[in-house]
Design a protein around this ligand. Sequence first.
Ligand SMILES: Cc1cc2nc3c(=O)[nH]c(=O)nc-3n(C[C@H](O)[C@H](O)[C@H](O)COP(=O)(O)OP(=O)(O)OC[C@H]3O[C@@H](n4cnc5c(N)ncnc54)[C@H](O)[C@@H]3O)c2cc1C
Length: 291
Amino acid sequence: MTVINARSVDEALTALRDHPRARLLQGGTDLMVEVNLQRTSVQDVIALRQVSELRRWHVDEQSRAVRIGAGVPYAELERNPLALHLPALAQAARTVGSPQIRAAGSLGGNLGTCSPAGDGLPVLSAMDAVVHLRSATDSRDVSIHDFMLGVKRSARRPDELIVAVTLPLLDGFQGYAKVGTRNAMVISVASACLIHDASEGSIRLAYGAVAPTVVRARNAERWLAANAPLRGRPVFDRALASEFGRRAAEECAPIDDHRSTARYRRHAVAVLAERLLLQASGYGASREHTT
Ligand SMILES: Cc1cc2nc3c(=O)[nH]c(=O)nc-3n(C[C@H](O)[C@H](O)[C@H](O)COP(=O)(O)OP(=O)(O)OC[C@H]3O[C@@H](n4cnc5c(N)ncnc54)[C@H](O)[C@@H]3O)c2cc1C
């Protein structure tokens, strides 16, 4: 096995061009499991650990957006100051694996694997994130909704590197919740992220592990917009939240597998959506409340 230690994005892209079958390695918390279980055989590896550009993030106050490098580990996403800007992403990050996994694992790796159970992905979907891709010859920005194509299938070309993700800075409630067989070190049986954009007056809900990709509950979102005022500080009663959850569950396409049954997953989505909406109820549309 050849290991190329890239020190910049340009070096990584040149290596990827020269070794088209090479695998990219960030934290290795997905890739090395695949290698150890002999589910994949790897000839060449391009290690990204020393590419400092991928481990940076910054807030652009002018465009009201946060750009997060693909290699920023969960351990950084889960803490302030980043958690202050993106509370749902911080909550999702805190649910990933163990402290060791969170120290190494990254959002770029979550996108690279593109599992419907990836904890970062419902947040990216609910926030309409944009994925920045680069190859040795070009670069492009892809909406998260076009990036995720199926179970562990994405729109990334083999010669492309995920460089960063951009998420909007929003006022209003943000929440992430997941159901698993225990509280820690667990892959989601079902997960959901709910984002309230107080200025636009919209509620967005995305769920994970209940369809081949992370999906948005578009019908439930539309139904809620038609039945409740969503600007400022909306207040939702239990009956409305319960109906929202029921409608959200109708939109998913879960399967029976070794982690759960489709029936339980559908039930879990309804409960998660209802709870998150109730948490959003009366929530202050101000930054100081979003920690
Ligand atoms: C014990 C354990 C517990 C876990 N628990 C969870 C959990 O609770 N929730 C969860 O979501 N995940 C979990 N995972 C999976 C894993 O930690 C995450 O998916 C993590 O985000 C992977 O990031 P990484 O940097 O380690 O990726 P890597 O393993 O380095 O890479 C993963 C894939 O992405 C590709 N890749 C990496 N970086 C890039 C890039 N910049 N551009 C293009 N492709 C790239 C790699 O080639 C590879 O195919 C767990 C894993 C383990 C081992």
